[in-house]
Design a binder for this molecule. Structure first.
Ligand code: ASP
Length: 335
C-alpha cells in the first residue's frame, strides 16, 4: 500500500470554542509538518529520518508542549524527554530530564546509534549532548511567559495537569485568556512507514504542567508512549501515568501480532477505549500503509497522509473535521 505518515500535537479536552487565532497557527504547523514529512518520504528518505525530521519541526514550534514550548515543573524548570524507535531492528533511544537541548528527539536518536544503551537521563544525558555537539540553549530559552502563567494556574488549583486541562470555574480573566489562547499545546509525535515498508516512531514532550522535578512520563518509555516493531509504529499522548499502566503503544502491536491478529484500526481502537476516558490519544501506522488516529479525549491535534491519497488534518473528530481522501477512508476514531 506504500508509504504513510501520521503526526500529533497532543490530545486533551480542547474546547470547541477555541478561537481561530489559537486554532489556525497550530493547524498551519501540522499542515507544514505533514508536507515536510510527505516530501521526505516521496524523496525516498527512511521512516526513521522522517519521524526525526518532523518531530524536530514540532519541537521548534512554541505552540506545542515539546522543545521550545515545553511546560514547567513545580519548580518552574523545564525537563524535556523524547524517544525514537525503528520497527525492523527494534533499535530505540530515549532521553529525559533535559533542560538545554534544543531537539530532544535527535539526542534520543544519538543514544540509539552511538551508545550501548537505550535511555539516558538528567546530568548524564546533558553531558552526552555536549559530547555529541548537539545544539543547546540557555534553560531560560524554553521558559515562556505562557507556561509561567499556566504553572501559576496549576499551582493555584493544586493540580498536576495535562496541558489541555480546562481552567477551574472562577479563575482570573488573565488565566482564562491564557487557557483560551495559549494552553492548547501538546506533546508531539510522528509515525511513518516508508516505501520499503520500514516503520519508525518518535515522541517528544515537556510532560505535565506542575509535575514534580524528576517525574518521567510515558513519552520516553518504550512500549508506553512510543513503540514500533515489524508490524506497526505508535506514538501516544495524554495522561502519562495511565499510558504507562496500560503499556498503550506496545498493546496496539501486541493485539496485531497475537492470535487474534487485529487490523491496526481495531487494535488501536480497543486499546484507547480500554483506557480511562479523557486520558489517551495515539497515532499509528502499519507496515501495509494503514493509518489510525484514535483518541478518547474530546480532541487531538493531528494530521496524516498516505501514498494512496488520503490526507487529514484535524483537532476534533466529526464529519466536518475529518477529511476523507480519494479512497473515502476515514482514519480518525473518537472513543
Ligand atoms: N503524555 C505526556 C506526559 O504525561 C503528556 C501529553 O501527552 O501531553 O508526559
Amino acid at each position: 500500500m506504500g508509504w504513510a505518515l501520521a503526526l500529533h500535537g497532543g490530545a486533551g479536552d480542547v474546547p470547541r470554542t477555541l478561537p481561530p487565532e489559537s486554532r489556525e497557527p497550530r493547524l498551519a504547523t501540522l499542515r507544514r509538518c505533514l508536507d515536510i514529512g510527505t516530501a521526505a518520504l516521496r524523496e525516498g528518505r527512511t521512516a526513521l529520518d522522517v519521524v526525526e525530521l518532523v518531530v524536530r519541526e514540532l519541537e521548534d514550534c512554541p505552540h506545542f508542549n515539546a522543545g521550545r514550548g515545553s511546560v514547567l515543573t513545580s519548580a518552574g524548570t523545564v525537563e524535556m524527554e523524547a524517544c525514537v524507535m525503528e520497527g525492523a531492528t527494534l533499535h530505540c533511544g530515549a532521553v529525559s530530564g533535559l533542560s538545554t537541548v534544543a531537539n530532544a528527539v535527535s539526542l534520543a536518536r544519538l543514544v540509539m546509534e552511538k551508545t550501548p544503551h537505550i535511555y539516558l537521563a538528567f546530568d548524564g544525558a546533558e553531558a552526552f549532548a555536549r559530547e555529541q555537539g548537539v545544539e543547546t540553549k540557555d534553560p531560560s530559552h524554553f521558559i515562556t511567559d505562557n507556561n509561567i502563567e499556566r504553572l501559576r494556574q496549576a499551582k493555584e488549583a493544586n493540580r498536576v495537569q495535562i496541558d489541555y486541562t480546562q481552567p477551574a470555574a472562577g479563575q482570573s480573566q488573565k488565566a482564562q485568556a491564557v487557557v483560551d489562547d495559549n494552553c492548547q499545546t501538546g506533546t508531539v509525535g510522528c509515525v511513518a512507514v516508508d516505501a520499503a515498508g520500514n516503520l519508525a516512531t518518535a515522541t517528544s514532550t515537556g510532560g505535565l504542567v506542575n509535575k514534580m522535578p524528576g517525574r518521567i512520563g510515558d513519552t520516553p518509555l518504550v512500549g508506553a508512549g512510543t513503540y514500533a516493531n515489524a508490524l506497526c509504529a505508535v506514538s501516544a499522548t495524554g495522561k502519562g501515568e495511565e499510558i504507562i499502566r496500560r503499556t498503550v503503544a506496545r498493546d496496539v502491536a501486541a493485539l496485531m501480532e497475537r492470535g487474534d491478529a487485529l487490523p491496526l484500526r481495531d487494535a488501536a481502537a480497543r486499546v484507547v477505549a480500554g483506557a480511562a476516558r479523557g486520558a489517551v490519544g495515539l497515532v499509528a501506522v502499519s507496515r501495509q500503509g494503514e493509518v489510525c488516529m484514535a483518541h478518547n479525549t474530546t480532541a487531538m491535534f493531528r494530521a496524516c497522509a498516505t501514498e494512496a491519497g488520503h490526507t487529514e488534518v484535524g483537532i476534533w473528530t466529526d464529519a466536518a473535521d475529518a477529511g476523507t481522501g480519494a479512497d473515502g477512508e476515514t482514519v480518525s476514531v473518537a472513543l
